[in-house]
Write a new protein. Structure first.
Length: 130
């Protein structure tokens, strides 16, 4: 295997090992968890009749494009909201951050420093009466 093939294989492996992660800070009354997180709605404005449940945040470095990373982060945001019983998330912030990491090549003893983009989305998990 030549050096270029090895570098490409390493980059593909690094890109596919990424993940999405999230958290929820409960600020109101939680409800029973929603089983199907795909039913959680994404909103850009706060509905008048919304019950605030939590502040949620998600990030993803997984995906080969910025859009894929954003999609994974939004899916994780929905999962975090569903866990606390929210049926909607009002988006409050979106950003792209740089994640810096290093890898060591034990064959040559060298170290490589790499960066990757991480999509971050934040919102307020709410329950909206339907």
């Amino acid at each position: 295997m030549n050096k270029i093939s090895l570098i490409m294989l390493t980059l593909i492996a690094a890109a596919s090992v990424g993940c999405a992660s999230g958290s929820a800070l409960v600020t109101g009354q939680t409800r029973a968890a929603i089983e199907d997180h795909s039913t959680v709605m994404i909103l850009t404005e706060m509905p008048e009749d919304a019950d605030h449940i939590a502040v949620v945040k998600a990030s993803s470095d997984m995906g080969f494009s910025q859009q894929q990373r954003l999609d994974y982060a939004v899916e994780e945001l929905k999962k975090q909201a569903a866990k606390v019983g929210a049926n909607a998330v009002v988006l409050t912030d979106r950003s792209t951050e740089k994640d810096v990491f290093s890898t060591t090549n034990y064959g040559t003893g060298g170290t490589s420093v790499m960066t990757e983009d991480v999509e971050v989305v934040k919102g307020i998990a709410v329950y909206v009466g339907l």
